[in-house]
Design a protein around this ligand. Structure first.
Ligand SMILES: [Zn+2]
Length: 440
């Protein structure tokens, strides 16, 4: 008889801490493994919330209660290193944008000025984290709008929430402001100091302005002085002349190993001529800058042609060329249910599925799983637990037995194990975001 996922969940929930249990016939992703679909059939031993062993399936180990996974895939928990929890979930009050980046920026600016109190941020960020946690995410780096007047509120909220979520999701924060705001040196310095206090990264939106190099230099020198990583939004446009990424890579080379650097979006790469693109990618590789592609948001916003015309260019960076050049690459969720992207649920399986389809990451798929797990975490300077002997038991059990089966369905009833415990969460109701009734 085929063991149902519900039955399997029951069995996993009933584990005793001191008991040795063998999850038999699991399929682990193995980029280099022989056999169908780049998976390896294994038995996984669990005891006291840790992985006691991982052996080829069927090897007789004598003791231990066996739970048959019947070939189900087991993946590590996810890393989502580019999200905007502070913007998320505002859609019902802000309304949608017209689908362009400029209009989304204008709408969120108005919403920020009118609504972003500590209570409002706490409620919406908490909602997003509950979704991400339920879907199996272990690490999130969130960009924090840090405009004058807002950063004092938002970074306090971020630190409180990070504390509240400790042990469930590792939270990193990165400041986010238009790079032109860094012209105000006093403000830039005060912000860097606050980010340093919170152990965050220093970030800005880099786009083509005459003093771009100087502004990027300001960001790097502050980061170096305060010991911060930097994380830029770069070239989120279809204009091939937008070359902020090159300027970031050249600044990163100048600062060497002192500053860890990440850049997200980098859309204009894929509309540049081959020589220009190669020059940038070579500089990025030499500087050790990690790149993050955000398929949901960029497919939605880029090449928006209005209500009567379809997009032609699909807005994504040259992801495969970046990896071929030796650059560490990741996928991220970016915006969720806000004017930048009205959909999404902080589900990295959904993001990975979209990335695989939109960027053709099936050569084979196993080669790219690290862009939403360990490889993504490394770009953010973090190490995720592996499915390997001695590590805390952190993994996701899917119904599918191959990448094709897992990616075909939503896998809404996947089983998430975090630090040895099966999650019994449910997704938060959208009604939690409704304005609360006024007293009396
Ligand atoms: Zn973003």
């Amino acid at each position: 008889m085929i063991p149902s996922t519900a039955r399997l969940r029951e069995q996993l929930e009933s584990l005793r801490d001191d008991e040795l249990v063998v999850l038999a016939n699991a399929a682990l992703p193995r980029p280099g493994a022989h056999g169908a679909h780049n998976i390896e059939k294994v038995d996984i031993g669990l005891r006291r919330g840790r992985i006691a062993f991982v052996t080829p399936a069927g090897r007789d180990l004598g003791s231990g209660r066996r739970i048959d996974l019947a070939g189900r895939m087991v993946w590590p928990r996810f890393a989502d290193i580019h999200v905007h929890l502070d913007k998320g979930q505002v859609l019902s009050r802000s309304g949608p944008s017209d689908g362009t980046l400029d209009n989304a920026i204008a709408i969120i600016g108005k919403d920020r000025a009118e609504h972003w109190t500590a209570d409002d941020l706490t409620r919406r960020i908490g909602f997003g984290l509950q979704c991400a946690w339920h879907h199996g995410t272990a690490l999130i780096r969130t960009h924090i709008d840090s405009h004058p007047g807002q950063w004092q509120i938002s970074w306090d909220v971020f630190e409180d929430i990070r504390r509240a979520w400790e042990g469930r999701i590792t939270l990193q924060g990165s400041s986010l402001v238009p790079v032109t705001l860094l012209r105000d040196k006093d403000y830039a310095e005060a912000l860097a100091r606050r980010v340093a206090m919170a152990g965050g990264s220093f970030g800005a939106v880099a786009f083509q302005v005459p003093d771009l190099r100087e502004l990027i230099g300001t960001a790097f020198s502050l980061a170096a002085r305060y010991g911060l990583d930097v994380d830029f939004h770069a070239d989120e446009t279809g204009d091939p002349k937008s070359r902020a990424l090159l300027a970031i890579a050249q600044a990163a080379q100048h600062y060497g190993n002192d500053v860890r650097v990440v850049a997200g979006h980098c859309c204009s790469l894929s509309v540049q001529d081959a020589q220009t693109r190669k020059q940038t990618l070579d500089a990025v590789a030499q500087a050790g800058v990690g790149l993050v592609s955000l398929p949901a948001c960029n497919l939605y916003l880029q090449d928006r042609q209005g209500p009567e015309k379809s997009p032609v260019w699909r807005g994504l960076m040259s992801f495969k060329e970046a990896r071929t050049a030796g650059i560490a690459v990741a996928l991220g969720s970016d915006n969720t249910r806000d004017p930048f992207h009205p959909f999404g649920d902080l589900d990295m399986l959904d993001t990975f599925r979209l990335g695989v389809r939109a960027l053709q990451l099936d050569d084979p798929v196993s080669r790219w799983l690290d862009t939403v797990t360990s490889g993504a975490a490394r770009i953010a300077g973090h190490t995720l637990p592996e499915i390997a002997e001695g590590h805390r038991a952190n993994f996701i059990v899917f119904e599918g037995r191959s990448f094709e089966e897992v990616l075909a369905r939503s896998e809404a009833d996947r089983i998430v194990v975090a630090h040895g415990t099966v999650l019994r969460t449910s997704l938060p109701s959208y009604r939690e975001l409704d304005p609360s009734d006024l007293p009396g």
